[in-house]
Design a protein around this ligand. Structure first.
Ligand SMILES: Nc1ncnc2c1ncn2[C@@H]1O[C@H](COP(=O)(O)OP(=O)(O)OP(=O)(O)O)[C@@H](O)[C@H]1O
Length: 358
């Protein structure tokens, strides 16, 4: 549906987009994720036509968008500050973009009703827009964009003004809506959890470039750099050395773990003798209680910090033979005690959960 080919954008001397090449599929929920200033909003605006580009090509539905103004593109944008008109009714807001479409009153009312139903605001048409909650206003903004039946809906941090509960509720609503209407949604967010929850695929951006483009599970389990690993969730790192690499099997010697073998996919670019880091998520290690078997491999460790969350406990443990603690997250089980700082414990782990970074 969208194709970027080596897209560059400058603001004066500032190189805001540095060679973006990617495709977004029709019907996909796609997110642009990255820290503030990485260029995600700029990239979204190049799709909408609000921002020109200095080099490269932006295609929508097979057509080069060079010279095509925003109002002639099959896209519509929903903004963070849901710019709805407070003095109008909900129905007038939603029907605003169709007021010159020459529809009969009855047809317009039907289209407005349909759009309101999609966003869960059936029956709210006569309500004054200023008399709505933040979440309801955002739904009006969505209905106003959807009523124009765009091929692509562009969402610029649409939920960031909402409180946590409402944001989580709207995330689920947005996913449901996208499945129902089946059009391509492109979301800009700096919230990694939001991107993981909502997206079919995510482009992680840093400094005007796409660092990795993949589905949520791949991004989480196989991040391609330490930067991506750190941006999405928590990743522990320990120093390691590659002892051999042959026929797609990489052997390493890692502090705290000892020798282990990894698949090639876990260790792209590993070279024998290379000093690397082995990375692993907090939930892939297990604090083993008395009599519990490891399943795969185990190491000895000392608990240095305990953070209790009710349903979870974080243990910061130092594996024997290592310099710095690593975090383990454990789901609490009724009747099982939370261990104290200073406790010596066995830790279970599996080579399959490790990722190697240069
Ligand atoms: N109109 C402009 N003129 C000059 N510089 C700009 C302009 N718009 C954006 N920039 C700069 O380009 C870079 C990318 O901006 P952009 O808004 O795309 O970032 P972002 O990733 O969306 O960040 P945020 O989450 O803070 O909105 C930033 O460093 C920003 O300061």
């Amino acid at each position: 549906m969208i194709a970027f080919q080596d897209v560059h954008k400058y603001y004066g001397d500032y190189h805001a987009l540095r060679g973006i090449t990617a495709t977004i599929r029709a019907g996909e929920f796609f997110s642009l994720l990255g820290p503030s200033g990485c260029g995600k909003t700029t990239l979204l605006r190049t799709i909408a036509g609000f921002e020109g580009i200095d080099r490269g090509v932006v295609m929508i539905d097979g057509k080069d968008m060079a010279g095509v103004p925003a109002n002639k593109r099959p896209t519509n944008m929903v903004f963070q500050s849901y710019a709805i008109f407070p003095h109008m009714s909900v129905a007038e807001n939603v029907g605003f973009g169709l007021r010159r479409a020459g529809l009969s009153k009855a047809d317009l009312a039907a289209r407005v009703g349909e759009a309101l139903e999609m966003v869960g605001l059936k029956g709210y048409g006569a309500r004054a827009a200023h008399a709505l909650s933040g979440g309801q206003r955002q739904r009006v903004a969505l209905a106003r964009a959807l009523i124009l039946k765009p091929k692509v809906l562009l969402l610029d941090e649409p939920l960031s003004a909402l409180d946590k509960k409402m944001r989580e509720h709207m995330q689920v609503e947005l996913i449901r809506l996208q499945r129902q209407v089946g059009i391509t949604f492109i979301l800009v967010t700096h919230d990694q959890e939001e991107a993981l929850v909502m997206s079919d695929r995510i482009a992680v951006m840093f400094e005007g470039e796409i660092a990795q483009l993949a589905d949520p599970e791949t991004l989480y389990r196989r991040p391609n750099s330490r930067t991506v690993a750190n941006f999405i969730g928590t990743m522990n790192f320990l120093p390691a050395t590659v002892t051999s690499e042959m026929g797609g099997r990489i052997e390493i010697e890692a502090a705290g773990f000892g020798a282990m073998a990894l698949e090639a996919a876990q260790a792209p670019g590993a070279v024998t003798g290379g000093e690397v880091s082995v990375g692993f998520r907090p939930e892939t290690l297990t604090v083993l209680f008395d009599g519990q078997s490891a399943g795969d491999r185990e190491s000895m460790a000392t608990i240095e910090e305990v953070v209790y969350f009710g349903d979870m406990t974080y243990y910061d443990v130092r594996l024997d033979g290592t310099q710095s603690p690593v975090r383990i997250s454990m789901r609490n089980v009724f009747g099982r005690p939370v261990l104290d700082i200073g406790t010596r414990t066995r830790v279970g782990w599996s080579p399959g959960a490790m990722v190697l970074f240069r």
